[in-house]
Design a protein around this ligand. Structure first.
Ligand code: 0O2
Length: 204
């Protein structure tokens, strides 16, 4: 039977949709509250997505796991993904703190790919969170990935994605070196913008 026809898959998707809505709502509340208290909106834009089955199965295959609903639940922790794109570097860390302080999710893992970028040059702050969903008497926890990055990092990641990320084996060293160099240049810009922003805040 095809995965999509299995009752376990349909139940999984129902729960994942509840969790995605819950995560989106709770993050919006946290960010609106922050904006109200600070009088400043650190967010340029937010994107929420459910990973396609095709992409999730590809990830399982790459990791050497068989295609099953159980493995989708246990091994693919970014079926639900939220990307928060902010203006300045300090905004990324403020939002990380905000999420850490929230009682609405449990943080399972953090990856600071800003201070420790990936080999490709990819920079972002990742949080894997457990989102509680209430089903009658029971509470279940669904994993989701929150990526937090600056607009500059988002610009890089988006073009890198198009240039090479999904087709790594066919990409020349020239492109790999080029994108890595761009990542460094972009990070320099982030640091410059941050120092201008700090200057402005200190003059207030
Ligand atoms: P998509 O299409 O964006 O959803 P791990 O299991 O921890 O060894 P994994 O699962 O790759 O490794 O997790 P990781 O490394 O924390 O990163 C997951 C996501 O970060 C990716 O999701 C991308 O969104 C993004 N990412 C990581 N590296 C790169 C990169 O080099 N370039 C770009 N553009 N994005 C990157 P998916 O599912 O791979 O892709």
């Amino acid at each position: 039977m095809k995965i999509t026809e299995q009752p376990e898959y349909q139940e999984m998707m129902l729960k994942y949709n509840f969790a995605m809505q819950r995560l989106e709502t709770e993050l919006n509340i946290l960010l609106k509250e922050y904006e109200y208290k600070k009088g400043y909106n650190p967010v340029e834009h937010i994107k929420t997505r459910m990973k396609s089955l095709e992409s999730a199965l590809k990830k399982l295959e790459e990791k050497g796991y068989e295609a099953s609903v159980d493995n989708l639940v246990r091994k693919v922790y970014d079926m639900i993904g939220v990307r928060i794109v902010c203006s300045f570097l300090s905004d990324v860390y403020d939002i990380v703190e905000l999420i850490r302080g929230s009682k609405q999710f449990i943080i399972k893992r953090e990856n600071n790919y800003i201070d420790y970028p990936k080999e490709s040059g990819y920079r972002s702050y990742h949080l894997i969170v457990l989102v509680p969903i209430h089903l009658g008497e029971r509470t279940e926890y669904i994993e989701a990935e929150i990526q937090i990055r600056t607009v500059a990092m988002d610009f890089w990641a988006s073009l890198d994605h198009k240039l090479r990320y999904k087709i790594v084996d066919r990409v020349s060293d020239e492109i790999k070196m080029g994108t890595l160099e761009c990542s460094r240049d972009i990070y320099e810009l982030d640091l410059k913008m941050q120092s201008l922003y700090d200057l402005l805040k200190n003059n207030d």
